[in-house]
Design a protein around this ligand. Sequence first.
Ligand SMILES: [Fe+2]
Length: 104
Amino acid sequence: MIDDLPWVDSPSAHGADVFLFGSGVLNPCDSMSSGPTLQGPDTLYPSHQHMPEELCFVLSGTADWQKGTGTPFEPKPPWSFIHHRPNQPHAMQTGNAPLSAMWT
Ligand SMILES: [Fe+2]
């Protein structure tokens, strides 16, 4: 089943995302998007920001997450819940294990 999902490359993070629902994807929805994400080991997902609020739930892998600009990265183990406010810069750095998470 996982092979049947429409994975989208995330070149800046050497990973991939699936839009389970959202604009123009499996289950169209104009008001929100959601799906799983994978980020390869030893990879920085560079700081970025976006208008939509973002919620992430870590499934596996302990990555270091940053909120804000110039703030320290903090490790977030599986079962962590991370919230990014609208337009809040954020970044993720994996170590020797990949990160999988659900995002909305
Ligand atoms: Fe984001």
